[in-house]
Design a protein around this ligand. Structure first.
Ligand code: HPA
Length: 270
């Protein structure tokens, strides 16, 4: 795996150069965030050694390097999900490549369903913790000590100082953000009402099918992490009708502008 990672890193850095500080993984409906970057260099995923092809709707599949408010950032426009049939190793491959490319911070976004009445569709939740309910872990298998340690601590996973900073940015820019616990499931079926009830009972606020593998991997290799959910729908605990993909996209659009503002103002002064 190390060779494959190195090949990807070499391929990318030949095209984009060095000096990048922040990696940003974009979830469902958020891929236009890359429009905010200047001096863009775009590399389609299929070109990159070791990157697999994303099959999820509205996931574009590009690595975009550029400048955001004076900071050099690398945006991953589209991610690989476990439910698409990829191995965990494939799902977290881009995260490890970001580390090799030299970023110190990873910002992850996702679409999620709400388990709480007060977290309405269209709102933004900053993750304060997570529950890994995927039944697996991206670090299973031989540990590469040059990437990170075997038994990695998940204390302060979502960087405390960063979260304080985001709260300030939120106040200064009048963009509402709440904090919550994200529970990760594999999908691709949505959760039943009974599952949602259970998740709410054990302390989760939002549920989704991504993010946790990348976050665990990022912590393993020493990145500072911040993550946001865009609430695209009420989960079946609250929602009475069936979910539709168009509903999910419309609600992502509502929160999108707000989250873009929040992330770019945050990135400016880290
Ligand atoms: N459940 C799981 N994943 C999701 C949801 C949901 O309700 N909405 C968007 N992604």
């Amino acid at each position: 795996m190390k060779d494959q990672l190195q090949r990807a890193k070499d391929y990318i850095s030949k095209k984009i150069g060095t000096g990048y500080e922040v990696g940003i993984i974009l979830g469902t409906g958020l891929s236009n965030f890359a429009d905010y970057l200047s001096d863009k260099i775009i590399i389609p995923y299929p070109e990159i050694p070791g990157f697999v092809k994303s099959t999820a709707p509205s996931h574009k599949g590009n690595l975009i390097a550029g400048t955001l408010k004076g900071k050099k950032v690398i945006v991953l426009q589209g991610r690989f999900h476990f439910y698409e049939g990829y191995s965990m190793e494939e799902v977290v491959f881009p995260t490890r490549v970001l580390k090799l490319l030299g970023v110190h911070t990873l910002i992850v976004t996702n679409a999620a369903g709400s388990l709480r009445e007060e977290f309405k569709p269209g709102s933004i939740i900053m993750l304060k913790d997570h529950i890994n309910f995927m039944g697996t872990n991206p670090l299973i298998g031989p540990n590469d000590d040059s990437l990170g340690e075997r038994f990695v601590s998940m204390h302060d996973t979502y960087h405390e100082d960063y979260r304080q900073k985001v709260k300030l940015v939120s106040l200064n820019n009048k963009v509402k953000v709440s904090e919550g616990v994200y529970i990760a499931v594999t999908g691709p079926s949505f959760e039943t009402k009974a599952e949602c009830q259970f998740f709410a009972n054990i302390g989760a606020d939002v549920v989704g099918m991504s993010t946790v593998p990348e976050v665990i991997t990022a912590i393993h290799c020493g990145l500072k992490v911040l993550a946001f959910s865009v609430v695209t729908n009420y989960s079946n605990l609250i929602q009475k009708a069936q979910h539709s993909q168009s509903e999910i996209r419309e609600n992502a659009d509502v929160a999108k502008a707000n989250l873009e503002k929040l992330i770019s103002e945050f990135v400016k002064d880290i």
